[in-house]
Ligand binder design. Structure first.
Ligand code: IPE
Ligand code: MG
Length: 224
């Protein structure tokens, strides 16, 4: 989700307003995902690099996330959305983190859509975490190095209970992954949209899906 800042700057309004409008776009995106029958939607809400932003912007973003969790959560739960958090939410403080964990717990059995929020998430840190976890098991004598394969490595990632993404989309015209699901996106189709995130709507979602459908996925093999 990229372009909140540019959206605000283009209108001469505070960045915080760009983020607020971005929150509305999140709701449109979640709705569109459900209408399109998507099973897993992961939103890159805050990267581990976003801590470099000003204290004011970070607290605006945190406040906004808290607002949605408190006021929109029930609706999501009723719609059958299962919430999952990846990243390092502890960095947002114990009380917000506890609220997030409670929301995960409460929606654990919902099946319509898994909505994963990447909060203070960085893919390299996640990959290093998987390596660390497996190394600890080797040290404890419960794992042999030769047993470490791709499946075992993936099972130690934070996304262990989610499938790899089929489609990764990014808004605002940037063509980068910016430390998002690097391991998991090995064979994902990448779609870059020019729309700024606060303007993102159902037609942009449909456009990304359309582009995805037109791709031929070979996973390294030969087409029929
Ligand atoms: C939103 O867009 C991404 C978040 C961190 C919430 P940006 O805030 O990165 O917008 P630009 O890149 O400055 O336009
Ligand atoms: Mg940006």
């Amino acid at each position: 989700m990229d372009g909140n800042g540019r959206w605000a700057r283009a209108r001469g309004v505070p960045i915080a307003q760009g983020h607020r409008e971005g929150g509305e776009a999140v709701q449109r995106c979640v709705r569109a995902a459900m209408e399109h029958g998507v099973d897993y939607l992961t939103l890159y809400a805050f990267s581990s690099e976003n801590w470099r932003r000003s204290g004011e912007e970070i607290s605006d973003l945190t406040g906004l996330m808290q607002f949605y969790l408190r006021h929109r959560f029930r609706e999501l739960d009723e719609q059958g959305v299962r919430l999952r958090i990846i990243g390092d939410p502890e960095r947002f403080g114990v009380s917000f983190c506890r609220e997030l964990r409670r929301a995960e717990e409460k929606t654990r059995h919902n099946t319509r859509l898994t909505l994963a929020l990447a909060l203070s998430y960085g893919s390299r840190a996640e990959i290093a975490g998987s390596a660390r976890q497996l190394a600890e098991r080797v040290r404890a004598g419960t794992l042999e190095p030769h047993e470490i394969d791709e499946a075992l490595f993936a099972s130690a990632l934070q996304t262990h209970d989610m499938p790899d993404p089929d489609l990764v989309m990014r808004t605002s015209g940037e063509s980068r992954l910016s430390n998002f699901l690097l391991w998991q996106s090995a064979y994902a189709e990448l779609v870059f949209l020019d729309v700024l995130w606060p303007d993102f709507g159902e037609k942009d979602f449909a456009e990304a899906m359309m582009r995805y459908m037109r791709r031929q996925r070979r996973f390294g093999g030969r087409p029929e």
